[in-house]
Write a protein that binds this ligand. Structure first.
Ligand code: ADP
Ligand code: MG
Length: 582
């Protein structure tokens, strides 16, 4: 979405609604900022008296009080400044915290198909970068608007109070400044949206490099990647320079315009008629007010660009928050299921893809039975397994668990019925024990944990680690081999005692030795459960009650091992091929 398409007002209003619980702090912050600026104005307003009464008329009594006044003013200023910064930061960080939390939760409930379409880097940067941008830029914009706003009006008021004739000149240049500001803002918006994109390029290039660092090195592509990144990196730098150049030229331009006003005031003051009405004190006060106006003018020029950046980030965040979560409208709360699985005439294509991936799939698994899926890669086996926990919704056909359409079940209770072990094991940076017990509901005794670990052959390797089963295994278990990771996943599934088990090529990546070990762990797992086993090596599924042979989304053969061999079709051919290889 480009910056221009954002409904600024709606975004701002919505962002403001997050302030609800923090309103008192926010109100105090505003009062503090206004007070801060007010003290400055009060300070300047004493210039005239100081010069006229103190210096010109040599009023020693007045002069004696001046130092106390100075210290008092700065003390007050400090207090206002502290209160306003503290309260603003407090409210701002709360809003960022709330937004982050909401994004975090949202991303866990977005449909799987949403995650298929958006890169991890992109989504991470929303939680980290975008949320931070909102705080940074909107609180900065707010400080400038309120603090400098009050200050500018104060200075103008002071000038008019002292000499409205001289001050009128400022009203003449105001439209000129407005024109420059609006032109510059437009350019800011263009450049900053380009910077955001190029920042995205930097992030995603880095992410790809980090994910693929082994491949890059193995293929000797280090130089190539370096060169590619140099382009992206440099483009980002160029945009930064452009932004800064625009900023400083515009600031200088505005100050130059203001200096004409200043010069004109001095020129006017030299007229005798004018000189009569001015005391040195008043004249200095006006000059001081004019000089001091230059700084806030500069900041008010750039505040718009800050504001735009914050709003763009907010709009980005809201766009994610507004995505529909996965449907959880089912009302049936499944208790421990018996495990009767029926798949009736299911056809499926991935959302946003027209190609039909599953075509009229039907089969039944009685409680405790094992159904095996075999077939070429890409034939739709994994797709079937991801329909059971409703990672994707089906539009044609139905899937029943214990006779209940899974679309009528609550997601929580449905998913609690299943345990999945797939080729990609996801492990957390924690101990082996905690990885096995991950998200286990209820009390878990140490004995039971060890027993499960034993049955899944985890203890075999855990015993050789320095801290046994309490050894921390690094991010996603980098310190473990594929077979070891797989065994942890099996232990995790064993512990859950789910009535329905899904094994998606759980052993394909392993060598024969580890496969044999895992196979016995798996046999342990299969006992008394309904299981859907997707296997690459046919030797592992000979015992299955029902074997479904898939090709291009269709079931082309079905039966048990003996029947399929007798059929002498695709399965028999595949079996002979693997048999001769072995
Ligand atoms: P198998 O597990 O039998 O190897 P899959 O079920 O993984 O096959 O894939 C079946 C088909 O669906 C493939 O053609 C694949 O390209 C497509 N596919 C798999 N996952 C997705 C996805 N997330 N989005 C779109 N298409 C997909
Ligand atoms: Mg697969």
């Amino acid at each position: 979405m480009s910056v221009n398409q954002i409904d600024m007002r709606a975004t701002a209003r919505r962002l403001f609604s997050y302030l609800k619980s923090y309103r008192p702090a926010f109100a105090v912050a505003i009062v503090g900022m206004a007070g801060y600026a007010g003290v400055d104005i009060l300070f300047i307003s004493q210039f005239g008296d100081f010069i006229d009464r103190g210096i010109s008329q040599k009023d020693t009594n007045y002069l004696a009080w001046a130092p106390v006044f100075v210290i008092g003013m700065f003390l007050l200023r400090g207090v206002f400044n502290f209160i306003s910064s503290y309260c603003l930061t407090w409210a701002g960080t709360h809003i960022v915290k709330d937004l982050r939390q909401e994004l975090f939760s949202k991303m866990m409930t977005l449909p799987v198909s949403y995650h298929d379409k958006h890169s991890t880097g992109e989504l991470i940067s929303k939680i980290t970068y975008d949320a931070e941008q909102i705080k940074q830029t909107s609180s900065k914009a707010l400080v400038v608007l309120i603090h400098e706003g009050v200050f500018v009006f104060g200075c103008l008021g002071l000038m008019f109070w002292n000499s409205w004739q001289l001050s009128l000149i400022f009203l003449l240049i105001a439209p000129l400044i407005a024109v420059v500001v609006s032109q510059v803002s437009k350019r800011f918006r263009v450049i900053s949206s380009r910077i955001q994109n190029s920042m995205g390029d930097v992030t995603s290039s880095s992410e790809q490099m980090l994910n693929g660092h082994k491949v890059i090195r193995a293929f000797g592509a280090v130089e190539l990647e370096n060169r590619k990144f140099a382009d992206v990196n440099n483009r980002n730098r160029q945009l930064d320079v452009k932004m800064e150049a625009t900023r400083s030229i515009s600031v200088s331009l505005i100050q130059l315009i203001a200096s004409f006003a200043l010069a004109f005031v001095i020129y006017l003051a030299s007229f005798p008629a004018m000189l009569e009405t001015l005391t040195p004190g008043i004249f200095s006060e006006i000059l001081a007010a004019m000089m001091l106006l230059l700084k806030p003018l500069k900041q008010l020029t750039t505040v718009n660009s800050e504001f735009q950046r914050g709003m763009t980030a907010a709009a980005n965040v809201f766009l994610v928050l507004d995505q529909p979560s996965e449907q959880d409208t089912g009302t049936v709360q499944l208790q421990q299921a018996k495990g009767l699985l029926q798949v009736n005439n299911v056809s499926f294509n991935y959302p946003g893809h027209s190609r039909q991936v599953l075509n009229d799939i039907s089969f039944t698994a009685q409680p405790g039975q094992t159904v095996a899926l075999v077939g070429r890669s890409g034939s739709g086996k994994t797709t079937i397994s991801s329909l059971l926990p409703r990672f994707y919704e089906i539009e044609q056909g139905e899937i029943l668990l214990d006779g209940v359409n899974i679309q009528h079940c609550t997601l929580d209770s449905l998913r609690a019925q299943m345990a999945t072990v797939s080729q990609q094991v996801v492990l957390f940076n924690d101990s082996i024990a905690n990885n096995i017990a991950y998200a286990y509901r209820g009390d878990l005794s140490r004995e039971r944990l060890l027993q499960v670990a034993e049955r899944a052959h985890v203890m075999e390797f855990a015993n050789q680690l320095p801290e046994g089963i309490d050894t921390v295994i690094g991010e996603n278990g980098v310190t473990l081999s594929g077979g070891q990771r797989q065994r942890i996943a099996i232990a995790r599934a064993l512990l859950r005692e789910a009535p329905l088990l899904i094994l998606d090529e759980a052993t394909s990546a392993l060598d024969t030795e580890s496969e044999r070990k895992i196979q016995s762990a798996l046999d342990e797992l299969l006992k008394g459960r309904t299981s859907l086993v997707i296997a690459h090596r046919l030797s592992t599924i000979e015992q299955a009650d029902l074997i479904l042979v898939m090709d291009q989304g269709k079931i082309v053969e079905r039966g048990n091992h003996q029947q399929l061999l007798a059929l002498d079709g695709y399965y028999a051919q595949l079996y002979k091929m693997q048999f001769s290889e072995a």
